[in-house]
Design a protein around this ligand. Structure first.
Ligand code: NAP
Length: 432
């Protein structure tokens, strides 16, 4: 797109974010970007814009040669896929916030951008207003980035804040998140961790050049967090956060998962509350850096879309450098360990023999828990992990890179006076 080109937009979706970008563009005339048509689904809904702008026919936008930017802000992944791929094939620049659709089709979307020589930008799809994708693309070189750990879902962070800080009921907190426009139209996408794992899939591409499917990444949400887990966290003065993590284990191996995590006061994520998101980037030389901002809601998300519209003015596109030089690049690896807190209703709910070692074990008629170290590969294969009566939370600094790190961890625990036992023996002791 040349600098002199007028930005003529075809907008899909006029919901929380779509209406937001419409309003924001009215307030930024300097951008010289005009919305020519808005495609919606339900023609009977009352709207705050002139009727002549509206259509239910997507082809009115996709076939219009004057429209050079398609902004896709609908809440339906397969319709979004059809809109975005058709627009790219018609050589229109595309902006999207649809992380589910993008994460599922990353490989194909990269190819289409190359084939038709048009950009697809999606800053709003990850962490709302935080410019994480462009930062990862432009600033963090593959070799320097040791890890990315973020609260990437505003809705679950809002609910966790209300549960822990205000002792609110889960259902009330979820309803509030929906009323504020933070939650996805289908809130199970948020609370079961699907939204976060879609975002992690996108982050993996821009952090390490890895294209994978969200289905291949271990993820759990916050829907199984038990009131006793919150009490456990409070007793240590920790917070529980749903984090998406990618961590370099060695030169080319990367660990990645979405799980609830205990966060200590020393972590930058500790103070990230309500609908805010935060991402800690660990680099080899700069140490930790922290990006913080609103991760959801009408105007924060619209601000990221606005920034992408503005970037099209100077022909910005993702170059996917880390992916293209990935001949000797990074790969996902399952060969590491996690230190986990696992709470459950009955001992028969979990398999203690799966643990490499057990640091702590408390049984209680209402809710029991174990703190121990387990191989990630084993965790992926274990069926008990997904039981509705089992809650899994990663302990602070819970990623243990390899066997050597596991031995060191064992030694440091022994020095600290932790009297852990072999897992199977522990299980028998306690059952007896
Ligand atoms: N809300 C947030 O804070 C947030 C943050 C980051 C990213 N996002 C992403 O942004 C996108 C939009 O979210 P939202 O919260 O704005 O959703 P929303 O409020 O539920 O609005 C969805 C809009 O999409 C329209 N729509 C659905 N299917 C359509 C189709 N086939 N053709 C044309 N229009 C269609 C709906 O039309 P009707 O009005 O006629 O029903 C509605 O206007 C989603 O991908 C979401 O994941 C949202």
């Amino acid at each position: 797109m040349s600098k002199t080109n007028k930005l003529t937009i075809g907008l899909f979706g006029f919901g929380v974010v779509g209406e937001g970008i419409y309003q924001v563009l009215q307030q930024t005339p300097s951008l010289n970007a005009t919305i020519k048509k808005v495609c919606i689904k339900d023609p009977l809904k009352k709207r705050s814009i002139p009727d002549e702008l509206l259509t239910t026919d997507p082809m009115l936008i996709l076939n219009d040669p004057e429209i050079n930017i398609v902004v896709e802000l609908i809440n339906h992944a397969s319709d979004a896929y059809a809109i975005v791929t058709t627009a790219l094939r018609k050589k229109k620049a595309v902006l999207s916030a649809n992380k589910a659709m993008i994460a599922e089709h990353l490989g194909e979307l990269l190819q289409l951008q190359k084939l038709y020589d048009v950009p697809l930008l999606y800053e709003a799809a990850v962490c709302g207003s935080i410019p994480i994708i462009r930062n990862l693309e432009e600033y963090y070189d593959n070799d320097l980035l040791q890890g990315v750990c973020g609260i990437v879902n505003g809705s679950t962070n809002y609910i966790l804040t209300k549960l822990i800080d205000e002792k609110m009921e889960y259902k009330t907190a979820l309803l509030q998140a929906q009323a504020n426009g933070f939650a996805e139209t289908d809130p199970t996408l948020d609370v079961k961790g699907f939204d976060a794992v879609n975002k992690l899939t996108i982050l993996l591409l821009h952090s390490y050049g890895i294209i994978t499917s969200p289905l291949k990444l271990l993820h759990a949400g916050i829907d199984r967090i038990h009131a006793h887990d919150a009490l456990f966290a409070a007793s240590k003065n920790w917070q529980i956060k749903l984090t998406a993590q990618a961590k370099k284990l060695s030169e080319s191996k990367v660990a990645a998962f979405v799980l609830p995590q205990f966060v200590t006061q020393e972590s930058q994520l500790f103070g990230v509350r309500n609908e805010y998101n935060g991402v800690v980037l660990q680099s080899s030389f700069a140490d930790k850096q922290f990006l913080y901002g609103k991760g959801a809601g009408r105007y924060p998300t619209a601000s990221a879309v606005l920034s992408d519209i503005s970037a099209l003015r100077f022909d910005y596109r993702y170059e996917y450098r880390k992916y293209h030089r990935a001949v000797t690049g990074s790969v996902l690896c399952n060969d590491y360990f996690l230190c986990l807190y696992v709470s459950f209703d009955a001992i028969s709910d979990i398999a203690l023999q799966d643990f490499e070692l057990i640091e702590e074990f408390r049984t209680h008629p209402e809710r029991s828990y174990v703190v121990g170290i387990i191989s990630y590969a084993k965790l992926l294969r274990s069926t008990w992990v997904a039981l509705p009566t089992v809650s899994i939370i990663v302990c602070p600094d819970g990623v243990i890179e390899n066997m050597e790190a596991l031995s060191l961890k064992k030694k440091s625990l022994e020095l600290a006076g932790v009297k852990f036992k072999e897992p199977v023996k522990e299980a028998i002791d306690l059952i007896e």
